[in-house]
Ligand binder design. Structure first.
Ligand SMILES: Nc1nc2c(ncn2[C@@H]2O[C@H](COP(=O)(O)OP(=O)(O)OP(=O)(O)O)[C@@H](O)[C@H]2O)c(=O)[nH]1
Ligand SMILES: [Mg+2]
Length: 389
């Protein structure tokens, strides 16, 4: 057996216990930390709809959160990358003093705590079709600002057509901007959180909202924000790319050292770490990530066998395909292909796909997607392949 075949064997042979996986997952989740957002606005303006669209349904639908003060609740998502603060049964204007006093206390109490427990930003929502923005709302925003919170004003349910907006909505947005409130960028961000074909509503503005939020939060929670949000997958891919770069670099170094048996132990922890990182970047929960990940080692083994047997034609043209691949596919390339293939699976899982009607993991679909992506990435990453990434 050639040393290259050995290398493939080691990469494909990686295995881990559910305990290893869980430990790594919790360790890395703690490293990413939690982005905490407070959301305000009058009843019915679309706060829950917005949160559903940006962060996924589970956060907003958990109903009653953990009470942190008399009227303020905290909802934390499954992976722990997001904390949402909201108020229950309070009216902006009438109850402003109460809300601000409770927030003030909360902010003071968390000031000496880790960054992950502090509040990092506030979204104040106004419904575009209301065409009303009251002085009490302006005062509330001012007081949030005085507490030290960056406030982003979100104009919800804004209609757009062919990239343009309803002129009445624009006039309303300008009237708000003209108040010179202490809000991020000095003007509202226009969004439609959820489309409705029947009413001709087109979803828009959410990546812009994420971008504005990203710019005002501490660097230490930016990774958590990228992980928690579900509207801008490009942000996640950028983080996946960095994680793969680190892991495949490390794997390539280990793989290049011809010490029989010794390197397997070095490659494996790095790869579990990569799989866990990618799962967290996409916000895939522990049980789902763990179940899907368990499929990887046998899949890699069978793909490796197919390639070795020449059953998969990875490189067009004459010559021994198996030989070319075995010779070129170092641990670094295999790790890269594995990472991107896993990212493709996670991207689908993050959107609620790859599940059966009964909500369980569709194992066959996961296997198909992973195998197809793995082979495609192998070709891309091999020397002489089309390295677009
Ligand atoms: N199509 C569409 N409907 C929306 C949008 N935002 C809000 N709605 C609708 O407006 C209504 C109120 O939205 P919610 O998200 O429940 O409003 P809320 O601010 O959470 O209301 P409270 O929890 O009562 O304070 C619902 O019927 C939503 O479906 C949107 O972006 N698109
Ligand atoms: Mg609501």
């Amino acid at each position: 057996m050639s040393s290259d075949r050995l290398r493939w064997g080691r990469v494909a042979d990686m295995s881990w216990s559910p305990e290893d996986f869980q430990r790594k997952y919790e360790e890395q989740a703690a490293k990413i930390g939690r982005f905490n957002l407070a959301v305000f606005g009058k009843t019915g303006v679309g706060k829950s709809t917005l949160i559903n669209s940006v962060f996924g349904r589970e956060v907003a639908e958990t109903g009653i959160g953990k009470p942190v003060t008399e009227h303020v609740q905290l909802h934390v998502n499954d992976t722990g990358s997001l904390g949402l603060y909201d108020t229950v049964g309070l009216e902006i204007g009438k109850d402003t003093d109460t809300v601000i006093a409770e927030l003030n206390k909360l902010i003071k109490d968390t000031r000496t705590k880790p960054l992950s427990e502090q509040i990092h930003a506030a979204w104040y929502c106004v419904r575009a079709t209301d065409r009303r923005f009251e002085d009490t709302e302006a005062e509330f925003i001012q007081r949030l600002h005085d507490l030290g919170l960056p406030v982003i004003l979100v104009l919800t349910q804004v209609y757009s057509k062919d990239g343009g907006y309803d002129p009445d909505d624009l006039t309303f947005a300008k009237a708000i901007a003209d108040r010179h409130l202490p809000i991020v960028d000095g003007e509202p961000i226009l969004v439609m959180a959820k489309g409705n074909d029947f009413k001709g509503e087109v979803e828009h503005g959410l990546p812009t909202l994420i971008d504005a939020t990203f710019r005002v939060v501490p660097e230490g929670v930016q990774a958590a924000l990228d992980a928690a949000q579900k509207v801008d997958f490009e942000r996640k891919r950028t983080r996946v790319k960095a994680a793969i770069g680190t892991a495949s670099g490390a794997a390539a170094v280990v793989g290049a050292v011809p010490i029989p048996f010794a390197d397997a132990a070095l490659i494996v922890p790095g790869q579990i770490g990569l799989i866990v990182s990618i799962s967290l970047i996409y916000g895939v929960k522990l049980n789902l990530a763990s179940a899907a990940t368990a499929l990887i080692p046998p899949m890699l083994t069978s793909i490796g066998r197919e390639i070795a047997a020449g059953l998969i034609k990875l490189i067009p043209g004459p010559g021994s395909v198996a030989g070319a691949v075995a010779g070129a596919a170092t641990a670094g390339v295999l790790t890269g292909a594995m990472g991107w293939a896993w990212a493709a699976v996670c991207e689908q899982l993050a959107q609620g796909k790859l599940k059966n009607i009964d909500g369980l993991l569709d194992i066959e679909a996961v296997k198909r997607l992973f195998s197809d992506e793995f082979k495609a990435w192998l070709i891309k990453l091999l020397p002489g392949g089309s390295k677009s990434e």
